[in-house]
Write a protein that binds this ligand. Sequence first.
Ligand code: FES
Length: 554
Amino acid sequence: MLYRSWLRSEGFTPEVFDGRPVIGIANSWSELTPCNLHLRGVAEAVKRGVWQAGGFPLEFPTMSLGEPIMRPTAMLFRNLMAMEVEELLRANPLDAVVLLSGCDKTTPAMLMAAASADLPAIMVTGGPMLNGKFRGADVGSGTHVWRFEQELAAGRMTQGDVLEAESGMARSCGHCMTMGTASTMACMAETLGMQLPGSATWPAADSRRLRTAQLAGQRIVALARTELRPSAIMTRQAFENAIVVNAAIGGSTNAVIHLLAIAGRLGVPLDLDDFDRLARRVPTLVNLMPSGRYLMEDFCYAGGVPAVMRELGDLLHTGHVGVTGRTLAENIAGAECWNRDVIRSVAEPLLPPGTGTAVLRGNLCPGGAVIKQSAASPHLLKHRGQALVFDSIEEYHEAAVKPDLPVTESTILVVRGAGPKGYPGMPEVGNFVLPTRMLDRGVTDMVRISDARMSGTAFGTVVLHVAPEAAAGGPLAMVRSGDWIELDVPGRSLTLEVSEDELTRRRLAWTPPDLAYHRGYARLYVEHVQQADQGADLDFLVGASGAQVPRHNH
Ligand code: FES
């Protein structure tokens, strides 16, 4: 009576307590997260399915992370959201959960939570916005923001043009409709087997988004009665499939960090080199911005993730079982590609194997670094240049507009202090706009190196996630303007041409930056965050503790 009576205040009839599965619907709806704004409607569709299948749905709010709005960066809070959702799943009397996410960090945060709580779970991502439209052309969220910003800085667009473009770029509910981080992570959730086949790509405004949510509601009731928990679904094979599909879709570099973090929660061995090794065999098939020309709506109508997986054939582990309870082979058996320009074949790919995200090693990044080759300029993939170093992104922004900045086309721009500890939160600033002097000369790309991340919608010859970061005393902290750096992406190396002796001298003279956050979450984060090559999770959140509330042992 104690437990039932308060829930009766919500107006339920007694039979909801007859032992049927209690299904949580974890909703990251928020007006501060425009990409997730429509999730209340999605939750209603999930509830329909749960009731239909004989479950008892209870929706609850979670923290939400609005990528374009939060400061200093939404990534700072991914681990906090993961921790919050994990504890909500464990503390409440739920038999299973449907996770509603959308914007970049909400999807990995919820997957990390589900992994650690290990409660039967299905994810329903909110779907992408409709294709952006501006003056007769398709424009992509993020990708065209960077382009238009460069055009504005170079004087080829006016403020009026930009205002007109931005309204056409976001003309429906949903997350970014380029192959940015949100779309990538939605595809990753589907590939890992945590959302229903085909559901990553339905546009948010398409009625089939709600249909897929209702189906998820039906399915989760059955899943609650099985042992098909996240730990049984997100296996090493599932992560290998995710790496392969990420390469084939031209997915975001952020997927590297998020997949490492999710795997870390499950104790699945996965490291940076797995990404390079597995991706080398995979051609880029999906012709979407920022690597290609189309957008998520086109990808959806062309067949979405199942069509890509079918095309990849034996590059994938087809015996893997996801939330459907069926094997991947069974799930994609009927998948068709309806537009070969959007989803290319393995025989005629958009980009050949080995041109996806590459992992670099070298004395500048002993813990590794990544570069998205498909978004880079081919002529810069092998490049030697002199460093021009900035200790923060703010310092760079101030200097970048100066007409006398000592920079040439071959300069390598280095920005540090933007890693997990240094910023804190590892913001998406690695694709910083080129110096005005270079833009005025018509230069469109230069090699940029940082310990930051970049938006999945961005492009450029940009080396990211340098580990260890500068604030942790990595070699990046020792680089000085004028040093020669060699980037060799085909050879997977990043070399600072400074002798070991000199580096040791510099290290001895180096003073660590003041990272003192005296209270609250920022303090917890800076004290415990891991480096990018480990997924930037908090060290004490690594591993799972299951669905049961821990009991104190007296
Ligand atoms: Fe939310 Fe891009 S800003 S998905």
